[in-house]
Every structure is written in structure tokens, then in C-alpha cells.
Design a protein around this ligand. Structure first.
Ligand code: SAM
Length: 253
């Protein structure tokens, strides 16, 4: 039986929990990667277009691509398809359990395990990776590992002109800005079907485990100071969480 939005939303997800989701027979591919169907079904084409527009080297040919946290939904299939079509080499980083959904193909190298701990397994690729995609994964990396190790090691893999997209980052500051706005209040009222309800937005809180503007801007500054260009980009407004999620694109000059 399919899990409800609440069941999935209430799960404490991290790298280990995703392994368990991957093994559950009764979940949809979206639920296996931690999303209620309503957040992904019918949207993955738009997500992929958004990724391709930002990490546009995907549209050229014969690049080295690293997908951190590939998952197992159609989005991972789209990534494999574009890599095959454009003769890219694709390195897929995720748990053994998630990677088992992807059959072995000659353009794919699987690196099972928690990134960046697995970096040693791809060490031949320092300064050789043209495109790194980390989509809807950073908030788990933020909980499971050292963020700066993740950023520094990922940057060290990038080739000259390389692109690193850290996409779909839930930003609690952006969420608060939205739900304090006229549009956000209307969105909330439409969602719960009560025109008198006001979203519960609290400021001046210690937000343990949450990503806020300070983290987003610190990542960008860290990359800038290491010699990379970093950009904060909005998501396509058609995406269900565009009003509270951010994308960071880092480019090596
Ligand atoms: C929300 S899913 C996103 C999957 C895919 N990127 C997408 O957007 O459809 C998160 C994925 O990241 C993987 N993951 C989480 N932390 C990871 C880490 N530190 N290293 C590699 N994979 C990780 C999980 O196993 C899961 O497959």
C-alpha cells in the first residue's frame, strides 16, 4: 500500500534511512527517494529541464559527470539517457541499495557509499569532473557529514570550466520569507482551505539541523574564496517547492 504524504514527511530521513526505503517493496519510486508521489509524479521532466538549463555542459558531448545521490526515480533515468546520448561518462554515487536499481552499462561507474567518504574511490578524477550534480541531497549531507569536507572535496574534483549544481536545497529562511508574504499566506490558506488561517512563522529561533541563508551564503563564499564563481539561482516556478528551495551553481573559471 502507498504511504501517505504524512507518513513520508514524518520520516527522519538520512543516508541510512534511504537504504531502508530502497529495500521496501511497497513504495513507489518517488517514495523510495523520500518524496510523496504528489511532489514528484509529473514534475521530473520539468526538474530535469531546470537542471539542464543550469548545468548546461550536460548538453555538450564527452564530459565526465558525477551524480551524487542518484536515487532511483525517472530523474536518474533521464540523467543516464542524456549521458548515453551525449557520450558522457557517468559516475553514480549512492548506496549499494539505491544503485542496485541501475543496470550496469559501459558508460556508468557506480561508486557505492556515502559521499564524500567515497572520494578515495574516485581519486583518479581530481580536477577531471566536468559536471557534478547533487540534486535534492544536500540537506542529508548537511546532517550526515561535514559540509565543508563535502564542498571542498567536490570542488577539488571539478575540471577547468566545470559546473557543480547543488540543487533543491530547502532553505528555512526562504520558507519564512514566503509564508510571511501576501502570496505565501494565500498559498497556505488555499492549501488548508481556511481563509482565516495565518501560517505559523517564528523568527529568532535556533534551527538545529535546518539550512538557512547563513549556510547558503557561506557555501557560496567558501567557493568564491577557493577561486570558483558561485551563483544563487531560483527554481522553475512550476516546481512544487520552488517557493522555499534554492539552487546553487558553482563554476570553475
Ligand atoms: C531525495 S533523494 C534524491 C535522488 C535524486 N537526486 C533525485 O533528485 O531524484 C536523496 C538520495 O541521495 C542519496 N544520498 C543521501 N546522502 C548521500 C551521500 N552522502 N552520498 C551519496 N548519496 C547520498 C540517498 O540514498 C537518496 O538516493
Amino acid at each position: 500500500m502507498s504511504k501517505s504524504i504524512e507518513d513520508i514527511a514524518n520520516m527522519e530521513l538520512n543516508y541510512e534511512a534511504f537504504k531502508e526505503l530502497a529495500k521496501k517493496q511497497d513504495l513507489s519510486v518517488y517514495e523510495k527517494i523520500g518524496f510523496p508521489d504528489a511532489y514528484r509524479q509529473g514534475f521530473e521532466n520539468i526538474i530535469f529541464e531546470d537542471i539542464r538549463n543550469k548545468a548546461d555542459l550536460l548538453n555538450s558531448t564527452q564530459k565526465v559527470v558525477l551524480d551524487i545521490g542518484s536515487g532511483c526515480s525517472e530523474l536518474s533515468q533521464m540523467m543516464k539517457d542524456i549521458c548515453k546520448q551525449n557520450q558522457h561518462e557517468l559516475i553514480m554515487s549512492d548506496s549499494e541499495e539505491m544503485l542496485s536499481f541501475h543496470k550496469d552499462e559501459n558508460f556508468i561507474t557506480k561508486v557505492p557509499g556515502l559521499f564524500p567518504k567515497t572520494i578515495g574511490d574516485i581519486k583518479g578524477l581530481f580536477s577531471q569532473v566536468d559536471i557534478i550534480i547533487c540534486y535534492s541531497v544536500f540537506h542529508y549531507i548537511f546532517l550526515d557529514t561535514n559540509v565543508w569536507e563535502f564542498i571542498d572535496k567536490s570542488l577539488s574534483l571539478l575540471s577547468s570550466g566545470g559546473q557543480f549544481l547543488i540543487g533543491d536545497i530547502p532553505n528555512i529562511s526562504k520558507r519564512k520569507r514566503f509564508f510571511s508574504s501576501e502570496q505565501g499566506i494565500k498559498f497556505h490558506q488555499d492549501f488548508i482551505q481556511d481563509n482565516n488561517s495565518i501560517p505559523d512563522v517564528k523568527y529568532n529561533l535556533i534551527e538545529a539541523g535546518k539550512i538557512d541563508d547563513s549556510i547558503i551564503y557561506a557555501i557560496m563564499q567558501r567557493a568564491n574564496l577557493a577561486g570558483f564563481d558561485a551563483y544563487l539561482l531560483p527554481q522553475n516556478v512550476q516546481l512544487p517547492m520552488a517557493n522555499r528551495r534554492d539552487d546553487i551553481l558553482i563554476r570553475k573559471p
